[in-house]
Design a binder for this molecule. Structure first.
Ligand SMILES: *Cc1c(COP(=O)(O)O)cnc(C)c1O
Length: 564
């Protein structure tokens, strides 16, 4: 059977359903939202990722705030359907067999985008190979390399096996998928009946490839010793092309993708500039991320939009009419979303939070550059704000990577701050931040806080989810917020956008800005100028919700990357 999809989207992680632990954070949620919008817009796309039977991990925090990880267990066949086709990849001297599981993502008009999740857990394979598609971001460099071979090379072979012969564009979502380009090159050379690479071969692959880079953080760019790559993949001419992928004995997956893609983009305007300085020989465009509006809008706001802005599910641009929503309706929808969150927090953490109290939300991967603890930089100052200006409560969530001891210490430091502030500010740290909790939190707090170290936040998307639910952001100017922040209209900035160049690292300065905004502007407005606060809430939906969504994003990919 021949299938007609024309775009193939490859991603190491993908957030299809909150209960499928095939994602760890923003990259996977974005992949899921991309596919959801492709289905809405009837973009002829097929997506490929790994099955991740043991997920990223299940998080437990002990009484001291120390993180413990367990495999995330899930019933695969409750969510996906096994395909009869098989394919294989060669790893060292072994042939590793692969199968695929399918899940269809259905758009508003009923259009379906198939997603295939690759699985090496087959009885023919060795014990070690069977585990290759178990853990997302688990294991050592060797394990990761083999996983990326499964995704890129195995993924393309599986698509061919499944009958996808008309694919015109291959989209690599981050460098994890870059072996896809290598396999396309191999296919092309076989077609030409040649075993050496010509510039025309490279150009033929380039014409078909699109690459999105997602982070300026060096650890986010996979690098493997070239000896290890040759051990796993065998001697391939391309691997020794110094200008293409290798620097000083290292295969850099980002360079491989950059060199073999015709169109490359960063995920926000500022990120594209930063990436352009990291990779000066390349042209890096920008397509700012978004979120899938219907997925991330809480039910009370869905009902309000359905009544007042019909058609918003098909056309997120129409959310601009939120400007004229009756204020009492916006407040009522927000109250309901907030009640759900506060009930959840009290059930989980027994903190006795109060729906009438000003509530700050913060949820992110506990990575160092995200600076989760900035709010507690000066505990005394924060205590004084809560006693003098107005009561506040704070909801936290987020996982640290299992190997990231510093990330785990960050979580623990929030437990310590909670203890230090216990009679003044109620603070909860919720376990197992996932899509469902993300939705509950971004809709249910009064202000969404973000404090990354510029310029390391490529985009960030949780603040966009908040905006759809009328929740303003209070954030450092980095990533999407440089584009989304209109001071006092859609939210508030922490500090100025004045760090380029040189980058200044001064947590005390940022913390002071944060406290001053809370003390002088936000908390007084929340308690004493509800009307003004509701103006901001409506602007969030109308100005930012209508733009920072994956419908607009997908339209940009179609125009700039897929069909050009
Ligand atoms: C939206 C989301 C993210 C990404 O948000 P950031 O602002 O980039 O941190 C990460 N994890 C989950 C579970 C999410 O829902």
């Amino acid at each position: 059977m021949s299938r007609n999809e024309r775009i193939a989207y490859f991603s190491m992680e993908i957030g299809l359903d909150t209960a499928m632990p095939t994602y760890s954070g923003g990259l996977g949620v974005l992949a899921g939202d991309t596919v959801r919008s492709a289905a809405d817009l009837q973009v002829p796309m097929v997506a490929v990722a790994l099955l991740h039977r043991k997920g990223y991990f299940f998080q437990r925090l002990d009484a001291n705030g120390w993180q413990h990880e367990e495999p995330a267990l899930w019933a695969v066949n409750d969510f996906v359907e096994e395909m009869p086709e098989r394919t294989s990849v060669q790893l060292e001297d072994r042939v590793v067999r692969l199968r695929a599981w399918r899940r269809e993502v259905v758009g508003h008009g009923g259009y379906r985008v198939p997603v295939y999740l690759l699985d090496s857990d087959l009885p023919d394979n060795s014990e070690w190979d069977r585990k290759l598609t178990h853990y997302l971001y688990g294991g050592d460099a060797h394990y990761r390399l083999c996983q990326e071979v499964v995704l890129g090379i195995g993924g393309l072979r599986m698509l061919r096996e499944l009958g996808y012969t008309h694919i015109e564009r291959f989209h690599m979502n981050e460098g994890h998928a870059a072996f896809l380009a290598l396999e396309l090159l191999e296919e092309h050379m076989q077609g030409e009946g040649r075993s050496y690479i010509t510039p025309e071969d490279l150009e033929a692959v380039r014409r078909r490839c699109v690459f999105t880079t997602h982070t300026p953080v060096p650890a986010g760019h996979d690098k493997f010793p070239i000896d290890l790559v040759i051990k796993v993949l065998g001697h391939k001419e391309i691997l020794t092309h110094k200008t293409l992928c290798e620097s000083e004995g290292v295969l850099n997956m980002t360079f491989l993708a950059l060199n073999l893609s015709r169109y490359v983009n960063g995920v926000a305007k500022r990120h594209a500039e930063v990436a352009g300085r990291m990779f000066v020989q390349y042209t890096i465009d920008s397509i700012t991320n978004g979120v899938h509006a219907a997925t991330w809008t809480a039910r009370p706001f869905q009902e309000l939009f359905d009544r007042s802005i019909p058609g918003w599910r098909q056309d997120a641009f129409s959310l601009r009419h939120a400007e004229s929503l009756p204020k009492q309706d916006v407040w009522q929808a927000h109250r309901r979303a907030k009640e759900w969150l506060i009930q959840y927090v009290n059930r989980e953490d027994n903190v006795g939070m109060d729906v009438d109290v000003f509530t700050i939300g913060y949820a992110r991967r506990a990575a160092t550059y995200k600076r989760a603890g900035l709010l507690f930089h000066d505990i005394e100052w924060l205590r004084q704000i809560a006693t003098r200006t107005g009561a506040m409560q704070i909801v936290y969530a987020g996982k640290a990577h299992p190997h990231d001891a510093h990330g785990k210490e960050i979580i623990q430091s929030i437990f310590h701050a909670r203890e230090a502030l216990k009679n003044v500010i109620k603070i909860a740290y919720l376990e197992n931040y996932d899509m469902e909790l993300g939705k509950l939190m971004t809709a249910g707090v009064d202000v969404w806080l973000n404090t990354p170290q510029p310029p390391l936040e490529a985009s960030g998307t949780s603040g966009m989810k908040a905006a759809l639910n009328g929740v303003p952001s209070l954030s450092v100017l980095d990533g999407w917020w440089i584009e989304g922040c209109i001071e006092g209209v859609t939210g508030w900035a922490i500090g100025e956008d004045d760090r380029h160049p040189p980058e200044q690292i001064d947590p005390a300065r940022d913390a002071a800005c944060l406290y001053q905004k809370l003390e002088n502007v936000i908390i007084p407005m929340y308690y004493h100028d509800r009307d003004g606060f509701l103006d901001i809430m409506r602007h969030c939906i109308a100005i930012n919700g209508s733009f920072f969504n994956t419908q607009r994003m997908m339209q940009e990919y179609v125009l700039k990357a897929y069909f050009r």
